[in-house]
Ligand binder design. Structure first.
Ligand code: HEC
Length: 162
């Protein structure tokens, strides 16, 4: 029974890694020192995203920040954010988003036209906060499929409500 449980866990863990290239080879899209530089566009709240069913670690509270140049357009629900835009969703255990409980980031970075034209050229990542390990990267089908709803795609694939 124990072996079975271990096998099951292993099979659950594999898709996370196989979503993108070798994690060792991929650099985190979370910029160094972003916390002091980026603009908060969505404040601390309980997440409605079912993170625990798709990726580890589990979290239930989030904040969203963007590079300062993109903040206004994000808040205005722009249909198309500028190339180079970086959206960082911080994922916390703590309901008040205390920094010490930061577990991971999900990131969307707007690449030049042609990177993934069918999905507005976003590159997707999930990064673990403890060691900066990139858990998924690239044109990630699981991220894309869930964000692919009119309420999000009409705002350049952004799902977080004001
Ligand atoms: C099960 C559906 C679902 C999946 C899978 C999903 N997301 Fe999301 N995402 C959401 C929802 C809903 C929000 C809005 C935030 C909230 O309230 O939880 C969101 C918000 C975000 C945000 C904040 C910017 C914004 O407003 O959209 C980023 C960045 C993000 N997701 C990236 C990702 C990445 C990267 C992945 C894949 C690793 C991913 N998401 C997978 C549903 C999903």
């Amino acid at each position: 029974m124990k072996a079975r449980a271990a096998l099951l866990l292993a099979s659950l863990a594999i898709p996370v890694v196989s979503c993108g290239p070798d994690p060792e080879a991929v650099t985190s899209l979370v910029p160094d020192g972003y916390a002091a530089r980026f603009t908060e566009v969505r404040n601390c709240r309980n997440t409605i995203e079912h993170i625990a069913t798709t990726t580890q670690p589990m979290v239930s509270n989030i904040r969203v920040l963007t590079n300062p140049e993109a903040a206004e357009a994000y808040r205005m629900n722009a249909a198309r954010l500028p190339v180079g835009t970086v959206i960082v969703k911080e994922e916390y255990d703590d309901p008040s988003c205390a920094r010490a409980s930061l577990r991971a980031w999900t990131v969307m970075r707007k690449e030049p036209a042609g990177y993934d034209s069918a999905h507005n050229d976003w590159r997707w990542q999930r990064v673990r906060a403890s060691d900066n390990a990139v858990l998924v990267d690239g044109r990630v089908a699981s991220c894309i499929s869930c964000h692919n709803r009119p309420a999000c795609t009409s705002r350049d694939w952004q799902c977080t409500v004001p």
